[in-house]
Design a protein around this ligand. Structure first.
Ligand SMILES: [Zn+2]
Length: 311
């Protein structure tokens, strides 16, 4: 059994305005890091386009139509101060969501042990009815709903260690008892949600906010005391990761102080839960991470663990 890498060149075609943090160079840095001999055993697969039916798992028709209608023939259009679309954005976003769908299919079919989706734009800020925070569609939420509705799973966990709260994932899955959504994130920080008291309609959401300046020890303690016990009790049949690496100390968008070793550690702990309850089935999807060097190093550390655990 191997680890699959899902990506597509069209994810580079979502070209944000000059100076924007969420830029094609991020994905180029990630793919360069995964092109060295250490990663030769990755099973490289092309991310398909998500279908409209996939998007409608998480979003109303009006949201999908509004994104499609906003795409300009030339130049870029701001959907909000952070979130822009241009001619290549729709294809990139459909590949980003499609990667997660295909990765869930491959892992649940037993073709690969686990998978990493190297995609952009990211997805965890996209609410059911609102694009925001660089995100157009809820990539990981869509993958979870696909696993439930298409594959008939009963319990899917999403863990999100991006430094920003996954407000979109939380919004889409607030009423979904079949999904446990767990997040560590800096607070206060964009988007402002993710208080420890936000539990979801069925107690299906676990938020563990961390203060600015928190280091690896506080991050690991939050996982050990809050998130891992909740995951263990939930007994997920599949674990999805919103893998943002902007909690790294070098990241320009936030003030947590993690290092590569902390991302490797949390990946190990997530795989431990997956080994006990999910047959090791893990699908990880890229979210944030805006210092190119740190992003590349963290993705390498994360994927290395997935490969070791999947092999
Ligand atoms: Zn982020």
């Amino acid at each position: 059994m191997t680890t699959a890498l899902f990506t597509h060149p069209e994810c580079l075609g979502h070209i944000t305005p000059e100076g924007h943090a969420e830029r094609p160079e991020r994905l180029r840095a990630v793919l360069a890091a995964l092109s060295v001999p250490d990663f030769a055993a990755l099973e490289r697969r092309e991310a398909p386009l998500a279908t409209r039916a996939h998007l409608l798992l998480a979003h109303p028709q009006a949201h999908v139509a509004a994104i499609e209608a906003a795409i300009p023939a030339q130049g870029s259009v701001a959907l909000d101060p952070d979130t822009h679309v241009m001619a290549g954005s729709l294809a990139a976003a459909l590949r980003a969501a499609g990667a997660g769908i295909a990765a869930v299919d491959a892992v649940l079919a037993g073709e690969v042990a686990n998978a990493f989706c190297a995609i952009r734009p990211p997805g965890h800020h996209a609410e059911a009815e609102c694009p925001m925070g660089f995100c157009l569609f809820g990539n990981v939420a869509i993958g979870a709903l696909h696993a439930l509705d298409h594959h008939g799973l009963e319990r899917v966990a999403i863990v999100d260690f991006d430094v920003h709260h996954g407000n979109g994932t939380q919004d889409i899955l607030w009423n979904e008892a079949r999904v446990l959504f767990c997040s560590t994130h800096q607070m206060p920080l964009y988007p402002g949600t993710g208080e420890a008291g936000e539990h979801g309609a069925h107690g299906n959401i676990v938020n563990a906010p961390l203060p600015p300046g928190a280091e690896g020890a506080a991050f690991r303690a939050a996982w050990e005391t809050r998130i891992l016990p909740a995951l263990e009790a939930f007994r997920p049949e599949l674990v999805l990761i919103s893998a943002g690496f902007d909690a790294h100390r070098a990241d320009p968008l936030a003030q947590l102080r993690l290092g590569e070793e902390d991302f490797a550690w949390v990946t190990e702990r997530i795989c431990d839960v997956a080994d006990r309850h999910s047959g090791g089935r893990v699908v990880s999807t890229l979210e944030g991470g805006y210092d190119l060097e740190a992003l590349a190093a963290c993705v390498a550390a994360h994927v290395k663990v997935l490969m070791e655990r999947g092999g």
